[in-house]
Design a protein around this ligand. Structure first.
Ligand code: SAH
Ligand code: SF4
Length: 373
């Protein structure tokens, strides 16, 4: 059996090399060739002994994901659709900005959480991606873009786990992938520039704090449990009080001293002034000790099956002002790559649903969301 080396973090490459009877430092060389230089052919790895290269050819490979399509937006955003087999495809988006390059990575083919406003959620769930499939998105994007720019300079400075899937429901594959993103012998990204976004898998937030603390974004979307239950079904398992408790505990280990709360602005559903006031009360807590947080308001990216509408700009601005006036740092997310459907929540890929999510979503669409008073 041949091992895809993209599946291994440095400790695992070291263990792999030891099994081959090689010194541990060879592992670092190999890992650097793969991630820093983008090499996939062992013959390129000129400072490894020929005997080791021959051994590796017999038992290992470095395999990216086949590209099904690539779209480049007028604003420079690039979206790739990758084939992950079995009729499933996942998407990855590169967003260039003046001072950074952000890659938005997928963690699952589909998603089982089934949020009402999310196009991935409406697709249902097929399977978890492997560590190698998560890392392959970064490996491919970084080295392809470097090649196009004709430079050895780093292109991707930030990673956000905000593509398809719930990263904390694929925890065992996620953590080694994060380690490779952070490792100085690989991509060397700062912990503050790698963000895991979650709909609120409370026990895994606690584990991430211990195993690999990186920046955390929590998809909040509602100030109260009744509304959040209908938008983010996972809320029934981990309601808001538990989620906020996990956020506070996370901050003791986090590389940043705040949590980012994402809030998708849905017309007439969660975007009214009273929702903003409830949000302020929620983060202030009963003891009046505020959860250190920032809010990122995301204009909803509509898709027909959702039956939902984007909030008006006026509603978004009024909501932002109420939060800011209460002393909460609030930003409104710019929509990027709109012309190539690369915006948040539009990453649908193509997923063979292996669950009943598709059916459940169809039923959900017939239930009205709590009316605005
Ligand atoms: N599963 C994780 C990460 C992937 S979703 C999570 O839910 O956090 C990344 C972000 O996109 C989340 O904040 C999600 O709520 C948001 N999102 C999903 N669908 C969207 C849509 N149609 N419009 C705007 N944002 C959306
Ligand atoms: Fe899954 Fe996140 Fe989409 Fe919810 S918003 S369905 S958790 S990908």
């Amino acid at each position: 059996m041949s091992t895809n080396l993209l599946d291994l973090d440095l400790a695992a490459v070291a263990a792999f090399c030891e099994q081959l009877g090689e010194k541990r430092f060879r592992a670092t060389q190999l890992y650097r060739w793969i991630h820093q230089r983008g090499a996939s052919d062992f013959d390129q790895m000129s400072d490894l002994a020929k005997s080791l290269r021959e051994k590796l050819k017999g038992c290992a490979h470095v395999s990216a994901l086949p590209v099904l399509s690539e779209h480049v937006s007028s604003d420079g955003t690039v979206k790739w659709l990758f084939d992950v087999g079995g009729g499933n495809a996942v998407e990855t988006v590169f967003i260039p900005e003046e001072d950074r390059g952000t890659l938005c990575i997928s963690s699952q083919a589909g998603c089982a959480v089934g949020c009402r406003f999310c196009s991935t959620g409406h697709q249902g769930f097929s399977r978890n991606l492997t560590t190698g499939e998560i890392v392959a998105q970064l490996w491919f994007a970084e080295h392809t873009l470097r090649g196009r720019r004709g430079s050895d300079e780093r292109v991707i400075s930030n990673v956000v786990m905000m593509g398809m899937g719930e990263p904390l429901q694929n925890y065992s594959a996620l953590v080694p992938a994060l380690r490779t993103m952070l490792d100085d012998h690989a991509y060397g990204l700062s912990r503050r520039r790698v963000t895991v976004s979650t709909s609120g898998v409370v026990p895994m937030i606690d584990r991430l704090a211990q195993d690999c603390p990186v920046a955390l974004a929590v998809s909040l979307h509602a100030p109260g449990n009744a509304l959040r239950d209908t938008l983010v079904p996972l809320n029934r398992k981990y309601p808001l009080a538990e989620l906020l408790g996990a956020c506070e505990r996370y901050l003791e280990h986090a590389p940043r001293d705040f949590i980012t709360f994402e809030y998708c602005m849905l017309d007439g559903v969660n975007d009214q002034p009273e929702h903003a006031r409830e949000i302020i009360a929620l983060v202030n807590g009963s003891a009046g000790t505020r959860v250190p947080c920032k809010f990122n308001l995301i204009p909803f990216n509509p898709f027909p099956a959702s039956g939902l509408r984007r909030s008006s700009n006026a509603a978004v601005m009024a909501f932002a002002k109420l939060l800011s006036d209460a002393g909460i740092v609030t930003t409104v997310r710019k929509t990027r790559g709109d012309d190539i459907d690369a915006a948040c929540g539009q990453l649908a890929g193509d997923v063979k649903d292996r669950t009943k999510v598709g059916e459940r979503m169809a039923k959900l669409r017939t239930i009205p969301i709590q009316p605005v008073p």
